[in-house]
Write a protein that binds this ligand. Structure first.
Ligand SMILES: Cc1ncc(COP(=O)(O)O)c(C=O)c1O
Length: 388
């Protein structure tokens, strides 16, 4: 683990503009650090002045892939850049269709109830094409039922299992390797939506037995909208072709002098799954934001965030307010179910606290740039509006 002093030293420079704000809504979108904001501005200023060159494009993308690879303990050739999480998840649907075309006739896709819709619609759309989606009910607090999911995937009709590493409306942080062991033993495509985890919860998809992990950059990675990546287990890369093709995924197009020498020879790394031109200033900013997170260390960030959450968890316990967090499944997201959550939310907004309500709960999502003062402010408001 890296020392927390590095995080503290970065704050005035990268997050000076946050002073006075009480931003506790990273699960919706993260705050852009100064280095990424400046890189975007520089690219757009140079573009407006006709100073951008083609040399600006590819190195930015390469840097973003390298940063994403380090974040998930993967290799750079296993990373495809994407504009969001959804594009990465849909890639797994393409793998599934090709696997069936090769004769694998398992019909069932398993997911948990209460998943974010980005991790449900790609699978429901496959029902038109002969697959069946089975949504496993949650526990009484709306969190995935681990035992029921494990039992359901351990059967021979299951083709794909999709799970968020961290659930958006409960903060439930999945034990990814536990599901991965079953998926690997049964040859089930194991797909993880990691947008609510990447940057705040350590990820190691290869060790967890994951086949494809997708994340957008806009939340805990503190990167611009329009950025993200998919990590694809190496066995799948040369095995499957993209169903949505991008011209830059082919060998001949690497040389701009032979663009019209059409040839179906795909690149043999995950760039074959990237679909067309990507927003390179934003991808450079993604690289810079991930690099900053890696400088601090995700495990250090996780410890910081947990320490911030604790007083609010204690306050909820003392007041009999339901908290959806349990220690074994903690993440950056802390959800509380106070009486009249909407009223509490309105009062927090009125007091200048930015957080969210989702599915009837109050969602507070602090990151490395928050301090205990921010949490004190939340407790101060809740103390006032929630009867003891
Ligand atoms: C679990 C989860 N997946 C995906 C998304 C967003 O998907 P995308 O990046 O495709 O917009 C969100 C939130 O916006 C989310 O909470």
């Amino acid at each position: 683990m890296q020392p927390d002093t590095h995080r503290s030293a970065l704050m005035p420079h990268e997050y000076g503009a946050l002073a006075g704000a009480c931003y506790l809504n990273t699960a919706s979108s993260g705050v852009l650090p100064e280095r990424s904001r400046a890189a975007l501005e520089d690219a757009h200023r140079r573009r407006a002045a006709g100073r951008l060159t083609e040399q600006d494009f590819m190195p930015s993308l390469a840097r973003a892939r390298a940063a994403a690879a380090r974040l998930v303990g993967g290799a750079v050739d296993e990373i495809a850049l994407t504009p969001n999480t959804s594009v990465g998840l849909n890639l797994a649907a393409a793998f599934l269709l090709q696997r069936r075309a090769e004769g694998d006739d398992r019909p069932t896709i398993v997911a948990s109830d209460r998943e974010f819709p980005a991790n449900i619609y790609p699978w429901l759309e496959l029902e038109r094409l002969g697959f069946r989606v089975e949504i496993v009910p949650c526990d009484a607090l709306g969190r995935p039922d681990e035992a029921a999911l494990l039992e359901r995937i351990d059967r021979d009709d299951v083709a794909l299992f999709a799970l968020s590493a961290v659930q958006f409306a409960t903060g439930w942080n999945a034990d990814l390797p536990r599901f991965g062991a079953v998926c690997q033993r049964r040859g089930i495509l194991y797909v993880v939506d990691a947008i609510q985890a990447a940057g705040v919860v350590p990820l190691d998809p290869r060790a967890a037995g994951v086949d494809l992990l997708a994340a957008g950059g806009q939340k805990w990675l503190c990167a611009p909208w329009g950025t993200g990546f998919a990590w694809v287990r190496r066995d799948h890369i040369t095995r499957w072709r993209p169903l949505h093709t991008g011209w830059l995924g082919y060998a001949t197009t690497q040389n701009f002098a032979t663009l019209t020498s059409y040839d179906l020879d795909l690149l043999d790394d995950a760039r074959r799954f990237e679909v067309g031109s990507l927003p390179f200033p934003e991808m450079l900013a993604l690289a810079l934001s991930i690099e900053m997170i890696l400088e601090m260390g995700v495990d250090t960030i996780q410890v910081h965030v947990r320490a911030l959450q604790q007083p609010l968890i204690d306050w909820a316990a003392a007041r009999g307010v339901v908290s959806l967090l349990d220690d074994a499944h903690a993440s950056g997201i802390l959800c509380l179910r106070p009486p009249a959550a909407d009223h509490a939310f309105a009062e927090l907004q009125q007091a200048g606290v930015q957080c969210a309500t989702r599915e009837g709960v109050l969602r507070v999502s602090p990151h490395f740039y928050n301090s205990s003062d921010d949490i004190d402010r939340v407790i101060g408001v809740l103390d006032r509006v929630i009867p003891a």
